[in-house]
Design a protein around this ligand. Structure first.
Ligand code: FAD
Ligand code: NAP
Length: 554
């Protein structure tokens, strides 16, 4: 078996990028099927997201019993999660455990970034350039570079003037205690800011939160997992996983059939109260079927949360600033926090609304808004990611016609199933744009993607083929399907990283498929059964288009 240390002249079957959940499962699945594999990871460790995002409070918000690999029953039987939502360190230990248990470290070269890849049509190989100056060659190139692994540029005006402590949640490199006794600013109130703010408030002398867009923050309701519950899950794990695989979001669903206005106002309120107690992705936002498709229905859920905020936050002016009135609930990623709104009742915490007073600049020791100057000793940036395309464009990949991916997608992302893209033969994306990765239990989506890719290249190998590529027609069909699927939802009406609107100049296209993890899986399986319509294998294409298949699949 080849290892990443093989000589540059040797051709490896597959080069994989990244050593997070995607890269590790790729290495396991493909080497088990007899492929040679070399993985490259820019960071010094396996773990991906869970290696980089070590900010205080970081933890998953999809329950750990689901947000974990399902491919090996012995693994899920022997690993025991301590909490409903495991903290970052525990998820990182789990990923390390998987790397050791399946002996995967030998396939990866750490501290090595892929900085370029060019398709060599004559030899049907990828020539992959590394930041150590070396070039490696492979039949297939598979990105497991993640959707949320490229931090957004620090686009806060005047940040370079600031001489105090500066740290970002996605590259956290200080101890929480380093913020003790300091005047701290947190900029950004997405999921990362929401998790970090309550813990920073406990140590900071003063904390000022700079909020641009208020979010819907539901109580995480984290708790220890009692041994009886763990045993129950383990006894039933295969069935639970199967349910997740055929669900909407990769977690077990509560069967809900009625619409918000099918019930009386009192009944609706009662149900929201129950859902609020339950929380999680099966909470208020999932209580009625039409909450993401009907703005009026959504308003009832949104207002329920608005009122919760007004109940929790004692100062009415602060409460009003925290009320998310600019978008419907769930139309951008919901956040789950522990004591998030309660934190604004602390005497050392204050809130600045950047909608009312934008940041004009920063000085050596202050943030200057249009209305005032806020002296600070430390700035925490929780400003998010250049989602999906950031990591892929970082590969600097050049396709068959000599075009770079960023040029091919200049007007917006175009993929086949979120897994392949036309003109980039033998290149695959795990958890890519226009796949369900945007709005699902991502580990489940990753496993499905890796399995499908592995099956396709095995199918090609079995027939002696060495070239697989998405056809332009197949890709057009998939783009239409993703757009039609999102068009009837409130995601289509809301600016967020889901649509690329958090990054200046990024084309505004929806970056996911929201027809459901289960439907997507069944569609991918059907495509494989029918001989891969939309894919050209050694120049042979199945002409059938995807639209009818998508309609046939429930
Ligand atoms: P990543 O974990 O991002 O790993 C990609 C790896 O590729 C990184 O280590 C990176 O260094 C490396 N890489 C990138 N480019 C290159 C290159 N050019 N060369 C070499 N290496 C490269 N999802 C959920 O479903 N549930 C959650 O609760 C959840 N919580 C999250 C919390 C945070 C703080 C964040 C940021 C994301 C969260 N996500 C969650 C999404 C999460 O990113 C995925 O669940 C999952 O971890 C992605 O795994 P991955 O291996 O595909 O990518
Ligand atoms: P995010 O959701 O994109 O939030 C970034 C925040 O920073 C937003 O409030 C944004 O405001 C603000 N912001 C960005 N640029 C700014 C600027 N120049 N000036 C002022 N404010 C600015 O990023 P994130 O919080 O890192 O989360 C990203 C995704 O990672 C999540 O949606 C989720 O999928 C995942 N995640 C999950 C968890 C979890 O709980 N498991 C935790 C962290 C992250 P606007 O909204 O106005 O742009």
């Amino acid at each position: 078996m080849s290892s990443p240390s093989t000589s540059a002249a040797e051709v490896v079957d597959v080069i994989g990028v990244g050593a997070g959940f995607s890269g590790l499962y790729l290495a396991h699945r493909l080497t088990t099927a007899g492929w040679t594999f070399a993985g490259f990871e820019a960071g010094p460790s396996v773990g991906g997201t869970w290696f980089w995002n070590t900010y205080p409070g970081a933890r998953c918000d999809v329950e750990s019993i689901y947000y974990s690999y399902s491919f090996d029953d012995a693994l899920q039987q022997e690993w025991t999660w301590s909490e409903r939502f495991a903290p970052q360190a525990e998820i990182l230990s789990y990923i390390n455990h998987v790397a050791d248990r399946f002996d995967l470290r030998k396939y990866f070269t750490l501290n090595t970034r892929v900085v370029g890849a060019t398709w060599n049509a004559a030899d049907r190989l990828w020539e992959v350039r590394l930041d150590n100056g070396e070039t490696r060659r492979s039949r297939y190139l598979i990105s497991g570079a993640g959707g949320l692994s490229t931090p957004k540029d620090f686009d806060v005006p005047g940040l370079a003037n600031f001489t105090g402590l500066q740290v970002s949640t996605s590259r956290w490199n200080i101890a929480l205690d380093d913020l003790a006794g300091k005047r701290v600013a947190v900029i950004g109130t997405g999921s990362s800011g929401v998790q970090a703010i309550p813990l920073i408030a406990e140590v900071a002398d003063e904390l000022t939160v700079f909020q641009r867009t208020p979010n819907y923050v539901m109580p995480a309701r984290n708790s220890e997992l009692p041994p009886e519950q763990i045993q129950c899950i383990k006894d039933d794990y295969p069935a639970i996983r199967e349910e997740c695989r055929h669900s909407l979001g990769g977690i077990p669903e509560r069967p809900v059939a009625d619409k918000a206005f099918d019930v009386s106002d009192e009944e609706r309120q009662r149900r929201y109260e129950e859902a609020y107690k339950r929380s999680g992705f099966n909470g208020v936002g999932a209580e009625f079927v039409d909450l993401l498709t009907d703005a009026e229905a959504n308003r009832t859920a949104s207002e329920f949360i608005h009122n919760k905020i007004r109940e929790i936050v004692k100062d009415p002016a602060t409460a009003e600033l925290l009320v998310p009135k600019y978008h419907p609930m769930g139309a951008k990623r919901s956040c789950f926090g522990t004591d998030y709104y309660e934190t604004f009742n602390r005497p050392n915490v204050s809130l600045v609304s950047l909608r009312d007073e934008p940041i004009e600049t920063m000085t050596a020791n202050a943030i200057v808004t249009s209305k005032g100057t806020y002296g600070v000793d430390a700035v925490v940036l929780a400003i998010g990611f250049d989602a999906f395309t950031g990591p892929l464009y970082g590969l600097n990949i050049t396709g068959a016609s000599g075009k770079k991916l960023q040029d091919a997608w200049h007007n917006g992302v175009r993929t086949y199933l979120g897994l392949m893209t036309a003109d980039f033969p033998n290149f695959f994306m795990v958890g890519g744009p226009q796949s369900p990765a945007l709005a699902s239990n991502v580990v489940m989506t990753i496993e499905q993607a890796v399995d499908w890719i592995a099956d396709l290249i095995e199918h090609a190998r079995d027939s002696g083929a060495t070239l697989v590529e998405a056809t332009a027609e197949g890709q057009n069909d998939w783009v239409d399907i993703t757009e039609e699927t999102v068009a009837g939802t409130l995601y289509a009406t809301t600016d967020s990283w889901y649509r690329g609107s958090n990054v200046e100049g990024k084309p505004n296209t929806f970056l996911g498929y929201v027809g459901g993890v289960g439907k997507y899986r069944r569609m991918c399986t059907e495509i494989a059964k029918r001989g891969y319509p939309g894919v050209e294998i050694d120049g042979e294409a199945q002409s059938r288009n995807l639209g009818p298949i998508h309609k046939e699949i429930s």
